[in-house]
Design a protein around this ligand. Structure first.
Ligand code: SF4
Length: 437
């Protein structure tokens, strides 16, 4: 398996630049790497300009150059509106999409160069990658990872942690917000390790010095006036520093922490980061500081050597931890992962049985936790307006992976709008609400 690599040529005005940024943000979040050269890229996207004749010529030349140097080219941007002209000159282009149609570009990239999927670490479920609507965006803050979890192949594919300097990340975040994004989803393989590789180097944003560090990033993002959600955080001691920002409402009171297991022997076999931390104690402390904290996590059952007792320890952990949202996988080997060499594989039927038992426990807990919110007032963000009403998300719900809030009849609402609702009903996943007032 090889990480898919994209070459990107961006021409045109500042608006086209924002589009380029959005396309790149999405592709990076899905695990594509960017290639600085045509030769190393598996495919090249050319974001064109068609404003004046000179720009049209420049764009057509750029497409020609990418075709000559690489061969696989997708065209987007203003000139994409004039597809016939492009096809007449360059019939070999793989796909053409128009201006500000970044969802379509990313779709065309998937078609010709599918993203890699690692079930244990991907944020986006395997059922398919829905494209990020315009009102929320993934913000990738680093590439690669310094850990070597035995079930994971990310470090061998993408290498060690490589953080983007904070000024660059903040610049991208600011442009996304200026382009209408209402929620930023901070992603990476290990968000809490942000900046370690750069020794927390000082960088500049808006003329101000800022350290390339997890807490400083969370604080700076929290000043942009949009929802900021943190994914892929490990329970290191310094994570405690962002909880006050959540309590103050600067960033969303939401932590996505992939625990993967609760038994120390298995965590060691998995080579998990922060495996020695007392997770239950930390959770208690976090909830003490920020009572509406939502905790999401993922787990693996049936990891090689997992005994019935160890599995039961995991169920006990679920009861104690009272996590809000949980995903669970039955272990299956990922090609090239070190864990494949571990002895005592768990039989498939046992794995499936454990998965079902795990989900039964967690579904009850999730349902109870949602039930406790019925009758309360909450701020939600509208994701979609359909015939029956509006589909929204609360602060506790990340797109794609968590639940939704349905507001029957509220067809007057707009996508990307924040509204206050009163929660009427909940099941183990979703909630139903009416507008407040
Ligand atoms: S922390 Fe572990 S699971 Fe996550 S990317 Fe790194 S090696 Fe993979």
């Amino acid at each position: 398996m090889k990480t898919p690599r994209i070459g990107f040529v961006s021409l045109g005005c500042p608006k086209a630049l924002v589009d380029s940024e959005r396309i790149l943000t999405q592709l990076r979040a899905e695990g594509y790497e960017l290639s600085p050269t045509y030769q190393d890229a598996d495919l090249v996207v050319v974001n064109t300009c068609g404003f004046i004749d000179a720009a049209v010529e420049e764009s057509l030349d750029a497409i020609g150059e990418a075709l000559a140097e690489n061969g696989k080219v997708i065209v987007t941007g203003c000139l994409g509106e004039r597809a016939d002209e492009i096809r007449a000159r360059h019939p070999q282009v793989l796909g053409i999409t128009g201006a500000h149609a970044y969802e379509a570009v990313v779709g065309t990239v998937h078609e010709h160069l599918p993203p890699l999927h690692d079930p244990f670490v991907d944020l986006v479920p395997p059922e398919g990658i829905k494209l990020t609507p315009r009102h929320y965006a993934y913000l990738k803050i680093s590439e690669g990872c310094n850990h070597r979890c035995s079930f994971c192949i990310i470090p061998s594919l993408r290498g060690d942690l490589l953080s983007r300097p904070i000024g660059e990340v903040m610049g991208e975040a600011e442009r996304l917000v200026a382009a209408g994004v209402k929620e930023l989803l901070v992603v990476s393989q290990d968000t809490s390790a942000y900046g370690v590789d750069l020794k927390y180097r000082t960088d500049f944003w808006g003329g101000k010095p800022l350290k390339t560090r997890f807490r400083d990033l969370a604080q700076a993002l929290g000043g942009l006036g949009v929802w900021v959600r943190l994914h892929y955080v490990y329970p290191y001691p310094h994570v405690d520093e962002v909880i006050p920002l959540m309590a103050e409402g600067k960033i969303l009171p939401y932590l996505d922490i992939p625990f993967q297991h609760a038994n120390p022997r298995l965590l060691k076999l998995m080579k998990r980061p922060a495996a020695a931390e007392d997770v239950l104690m930390r959770i208690e402390r976090w909830r003490g500081l920020c009572p509406d904290l939502t905790l999401r996590s993922t787990f693996i059952v049936g990891f090689p050597g997992e005994t019935e007792e160890e599995f039961e320890e995991l169920l006990d952990f679920l009861e104690e931890a009272q996590l809000d949202r949980v995903g669970c996988f039955a272990y299956s080997p990922v090609e090239g992962a070190a864990a494949n060499a571990l002895p005592d594989p768990v039989p498939e039927a046992v794995k499936q049985d454990r998965l079902a038992r795990f989900m039964e426990v967690q579904e009850r807990i999730s349902a109870e936790r949602l039930q406790a919110r019925v009758g309360g007032r909450e701020m939600v963000l509208i994701d979609e307006v359909v015939e029956e009403g509006a589909v929204a998300r609360s602060r506790a719900d990340a797109p794609e992976i968590d639940g939704q809030v349905f507001i029957d009849g509220a067809t007057q609402l707009k996508v990307g709008e924040f509204v206050e609702v009163v929660i009427e009903e909940a099941d183990e996943h979703d909630m139903w609400a009416h507008l407040d007032g």
